[in-house]
Design a protein around this ligand. Structure first.
Ligand SMILES: [Zn+2]
Length: 252
């Protein structure tokens, strides 16, 4: 089957899964316990999630031209990668549960609003390689990005970034290998949409931040004014790479 057909079939599978779950009663994102209302977690699971009120706005990034960009640029995470949030994200990604984009997207939108993100931003997901997209059936970052863009009334550019080569799965690599693995793996496909814009770059998890940093650098090199990374969960002590200045800032 050709790649577009494979992707179409994958999107069809994801749609059917979402439609089937939409007819089910509300359930906990982490353990499927029945919920009385449309919450995200049951009471037991909710106790294991510790949203950070002081969201991380870690490093004042600089635009490619060297101008200091708006406050809040850096990394914003809803909570540490732990407990029921980690369980929910794993199910969302690896257990064929695209329907979980809805509750998890609500959490991500909370983090975005807390961090002062607004409709001026252009929302861009971290892309998956088409082969991995066909395997999974959906790009979890793209589903989350759609929720955030809708909630902020911001523009969504789901195809602005693309992967120019496949990369080994980051989860299996050491920090140094992760950096090597993703360096130069991303390209801006729509530079005219990105130029001069503040970007909200969306992914599910920041582990070392290597993937986010590679995407951020591609966007800044294409002329983006600023890039704020927005993730559901950040590994404890992780995301070091996103905290370091991008190459364009180091040059200034
Ligand atoms: Zn639960």
């Amino acid at each position: 089957m050709s790649t577009p057909r494979i992707l179409l079939a994958a999107a069809g599978r994801a749609l059917v899964a979402v439609a089937a779950r939409a007819l089910s009663p509300p359930a906990c994102t982490a353990c499927d316990a029945r919920l009385a209302d449309a919450g995200v977690f049951c009471a037991d699971c909710a106790r294991t999630v510790r949203p950070s009120r002081a969201r991380r706005a870690a490093y004042p990034l600089r635009g490619a031209a060297g101008s200091c960009v708006a406050a809040g640029a850096g990394l914003v995470a809803y909570a540490p990668f732990a407990g029921a949030l980690a369980d929910g994200i794993r199910r969302f990604k690896y257990e064929d549960r695209p329907d979980l984009a809805r509750p998890l997207g609500r959490l991500l939108l909370c983090a975005a609003l807390d961090a002062g993100m607004n409709a001026d931003l252009l929302v861009i997901p971290v892309p998956l390689h088409p082969r991995r997209l066909a395997e999974r059936g959906y790009n979890q970052a793209a589903l989350l990005a759609a929720h955030v863009a809708f909630g902020l009334a911001a523009s969504l550019a789901p195809r602005a970034l693309c992967r120019v080569r496949t990369t080994a799965q980051q989860a299996q690599l050491s920090r140094d290998l992760r950096l090597q693995n993703v360096a130069g793996a991303f390209r801006v496909r729509e530079p005219e949409r990105v130029r001069g814009r503040g970007i909200a770059l969306i992914d599910d998890v920041a582990t070392t931040g290597a993937t986010l940093a590679a995407c951020r650098d591609a966007l800044l090199d294409a002329g983006a004014l600023s890039v704020t990374c927005l993730v559901l969960a950040s590994a404890e002590g992780g995301a070091d790479d996103i905290r370091s200045p991008p190459p364009s800032a180091r040059r200034t």
